[in-house]
Design a protein around this ligand. Sequence first.
Ligand code: SF4
Length: 185
Amino acid sequence: MEKRDHIETREEYRTKENEVQEWSAYQKLSDNVLFTSLDKILNLGRANSLWYLLFGTACCAIELMQTGGPRADLDRFGSVFRPTPRQCDLIIIAGTVTLKMASRIKILYDQMPEPKYVISMGSCANCGGLFDLGYSVLRGIDKVIPVDVYVPGCPPRPEALTEGLLVLQQKVKNEKFLVKEKKSI
Ligand code: SF4
């Protein structure tokens, strides 16, 4: 059969036109449709909206306030403070924790909705720090509540706390949201 490179009949013209339309529709779709997993899309939102409790126990809290302020600006990561644990995803333990305060922190933690996260900020919250020989000081908040990220330093600078938040974001992004992970202390 003789090979032709031009369109002759109306039928052929219509077929060609349909092919062109299908191709342009496919191209438009591939520019606007994204395939992903449910975990990834949920975790993207959760990692970028970690609201933290407006709370501090000692001098590290000053650095926490500085980190939330305009220079370090935690808001740019979607992290804003809330004055009630019932609206928080994150509690940052900023400062020395006395034995008396530890039970109050546990109550605040229990009031937070799941899934919830803890950043231990500074040597005192991590292990007692300067005051670890004090009779009234708790040697690490992880004895009371489970900690996700430890930020070292006395006090940690705002950059260090920001780094801690970024590490936590990465952890949240890698979670399987629909599988409940059991945390223990
Ligand atoms: S780690 Fe240092 S700055 Fe932070 S609460 Fe303890 S003594 Fe204060």
